[in-house]
Design a protein around this ligand. Structure first.
Ligand code: PEP
Length: 256
């Protein structure tokens, strides 16, 4: 586990301005928990308000278009989310891959646009249950990852985070086992070192997502090559999200 766990809340399509009080509460609590890096990815409509109200936490978007502008009704470019106050963007979430037919090539183009706009990228990957049952989870994820990365990224390091999210674990209440998480993160790390070299490949964070909650967070975050967590459902209230952050802080305290 990295010295400073990265805990990111993905609010998905949840939240109106009434939820700003949760973001404020998370931000206030974050000011006392500096050993954990905390971020929220609210819907587009809340990026600017959350950024304006929160001083301590990172704020990001859940998607962006690969083009910088143009005739793309309903879409939002990387430079627009950056302008709204986002510092990062989540790309390739399985809900975008499945719900919007997003393919690896498009995700790579979006990632290139995001880096070009000065955003960090959280790139999601993960296998469906059939692949895991067939013993092909690692092959599937590494292939997906390779195809979803832009061809040229320089000095990547912490500008890129990989989120390993087995599809069957998202929103199901059933997280992957710690053994499977560590095995997958180790395989991803080897791939990253091979692709980006020792220094950059080890600086890229690999976080786990899929039914993380206050009960399982400590075990997951303490796992080898687990640098944090991407949290969906449990990030929607400050109380449940901060319990995960506290678990991450305990892991750090127990290790030092
Ligand atoms: C997610 O959608 O990124 C996610 C991890 O969701 P949940 O925590 O609800 O499984």
């Amino acid at each position: 586990m990295a010295s400073r766990p990265f805990i990111v809340g993905n609010w998905k399509m949840h939240g109106t301005r009434a939820m700003l009080s949760e973001a404020r509460a998370i931000d206030r609590a974050a000011q006392r928990l500096m050993q954990v890096e905390i971020a929220l990815a609210p819907p587009f409509t809340l990026i600017h308000p959350v950024r304006r109200e929160a001083e301590q936490i990172g704020v990001g978007a859940q998607d962006c278009h690969p083009a910088d502008g143009g005739a793309h009704t309903g879409d939002i470019s990387a430079s627009m989310v950056a302008d709204a106050g986002a510092g990062f963007v989540i790309l390739g979430h399985s809900e975008r891959r499945e719900g919007h037919g997003e393919k690896d090539k498009l995700i790579a183009e979006k990632a290139a646009a995001a880096f070009g706009a000065g955003l960090k990228v959280i790139l999601c990957c993960g296998e469906p249950m059939e692949k895991r049952e067939a013993g092909k989870a690692v092959d599937h994820v590494l292939r997906q990852l390779k195809a979803s990365l832009p061809d040229t990224i320089e000095e990547v390091g912490e500008r890129l985070t990989i989120a390993y999210e087995p599809i069957w674990a998202i929103g199901s209440g059933e997280a992957a086992s710690i053994e499977d998480i560590v095995a997958m993160h180790t395989a991803i790390r080897e791939f990253l070192v091979k692709t980006f070299g020792e220094e950059d490949g080890t600086a890229i964070r690999i976080i786990y997502g899929g039914s993380v909650n206050a009960e399982n967070a400590a075990e997951i975050i303490a796992g080898d090559e687990v640098n944090g967590a991407l949290v969906g459902g449990a990030s929607l209230s400050a109380e449940s999200f901060m319990n995960i952050v506290l678990a991450a802080q305990d892991v750090i305290n127990n290790q030092s």
